[in-house]
Design a protein around this ligand. Structure first.
Ligand code: F6R
Ligand code: MG
Ligand code: MG
Length: 371
């Protein structure tokens, strides 16, 4: 039996340039040096370091399974090295997402976000890795639903016999810390009733119901870490990541990209307190700008081959996505005109920044009862 491969992406904002805009290249170099050393020690099979806006992204393959203390500690120490350099350079938000001083076996609950899948490599294993900035984990709900359950997006759901058997969605209630599974197509309406509330119900994993991959082996996994839930206060945006396996009875890479082909609205723009359109970006535009955004997604494609990462392909680098980018820019304009009004500004209980407690205190004697 060949060894299983684990694909892990672990990310954190440990400091950026010109405010919260983009990771300093030196931090990426430091991360590469750190992961190269781990590769030479046999901890990692392979790695790819990149950024999405102000988030440092560690893409790693290894044989140690999900939640491996060795791999998580490696990521943690790598972020710490980055944070130290960020402090020395006086970068903005140095060490921002490292919420505790001491590592305790796993990065979950300590600040960084992570998504991991352990699997038996198929003869050819194409994967898409999506990284987002200025938004929250539930932003993946809509495209992941479209990719794995909407036949108007993924033609394979209708015309590929394996995909036709449907998918199983693992949904987490990230407020109550519980989970439930939903099978599509027959439980589509139940699934949608939950995942439409994207600030609370978040798709964590997807499984195939055909025999193309083992039933307990995820075909997609998303990070669900909520910084504000961990810290108990606003400390930065969660900026989630996702791994999606593709082809041969799973959605084709083009179907996976089709799930992103129009700019839907997501929460998390400026101060974690505004809705805005998700902009598809290539490596070239992989930094936030206008109003600290708009929220964006970078997609990189790889083949996984005997544990090695072959690639990447810059998945949204295609003129076919220009209309979506243009529409996102127009929607950004439209949303901005609402200024401090909902639905651009988030409802009060979802805002990450608020002056309301102080305002309430200041004006408390002014409020009189009316009939
Ligand atoms: C950060 C973000 C930004 C900041 C804003 C204010 O991920 O979304 O919009 O919230 O730039 O940042 P501070 O409070 O650090 O000045
Ligand atoms: Mg930041
Ligand atoms: Mg960020």
């Amino acid at each position: 039996m060949p060894q299983k491969t684990t694909l892990s992406i672990i990310k954190a904002d440990v400091g950026s340039i010109a405010g919260h805009q983009v990771v300093h290249p030196r931090l990426e170099e430091i991360a590469r040096e750190s992961l190269e050393e781990a590769k030479s020690m046999g901890i990692l099979e392979d790695f790819y370091v990149t950024h999405c806006g102000d988030d440092l992204e560690l893409i790693m393959t290894h044989r140690l399974g999900c939640d491996s203390p060795k791999v998580h500690e490696l990521a943690w120490l790598t972020f710490q090295k980055g944070a130290k350099a960020a402090e020395e350079m006086h970068l903005y938000g140095a060490g921002q997402d490292l919420l505790v001083d001491a590592f305790s076996g796993n990065v979950r609950g300590l600040g960084p976000g992570s998504a991991e899948i352990e699997f038996n490599e198929r003869p050819a294993e194409p994967v898409a890795i999506f990284m987002m900035d200025k938004t929250e984990p539930g932003t993946f709900n809509l495209p992941i639903y479209r990719i794995f359950a909407d036949p108007f997006c993924s033609a394979g759901l209708v015309i590929d016999t394996a995909m036709h058997e449907g998918f199983r969605f693992e949904v987490w209630d990230i407020r109550a810390h519980r989970r439930a599974f939903f099978d599509t197509p027959e439980e589509t309406y139940d699934l949608l009733a939950f995942i439409g509330t994207k600030g609370q119900y978040v798709i964590k994993r997807v499984f195939a119901r055909s025999d193309k991959v083992p039933e307990d082996e995820p075909v997609a996994c998303m990070s669900t870490d909520k910084l504000s839930h961990i810290a108990g206060k606003y400390v930065g945006k969660d900026d989630p990541v996702a791994l999606v396996r593709s082809q041969s009875g799973l959605p084709a890479m083009g179907e996976i990209l089709e799930g992103w082909s129009w700019p839907f609205l997501a929460a998390g723009w400026n101060r974690g307190s505004h809705n805005g359109p998700v902009m598809l970006v290539t490596m070239k535009d992989n930094r936030v700008s206008r109003f600290d955004g708009p929220p964006r997604v970078l997609g990189l494609g790889f083949q996984i081959s005997d544990g090695k990462l072959v690639g990447p392909v810059d998945l949204f680098d295609d003129p076919a996505f220009e209309p979506a980018r243009r529409q996102a820019a127009e929607l950004a304009d439209y949303m901005r005109r609402h200024g401090p009004f909902e639905p651009h500004r988030l409802p009060m209980d979802e805002m990450e920044y608020t002056t309301m407690p102080q305002l309430m205190a200041k004006t408390k004697d002014r409020w009189e009862d009316v009939d």
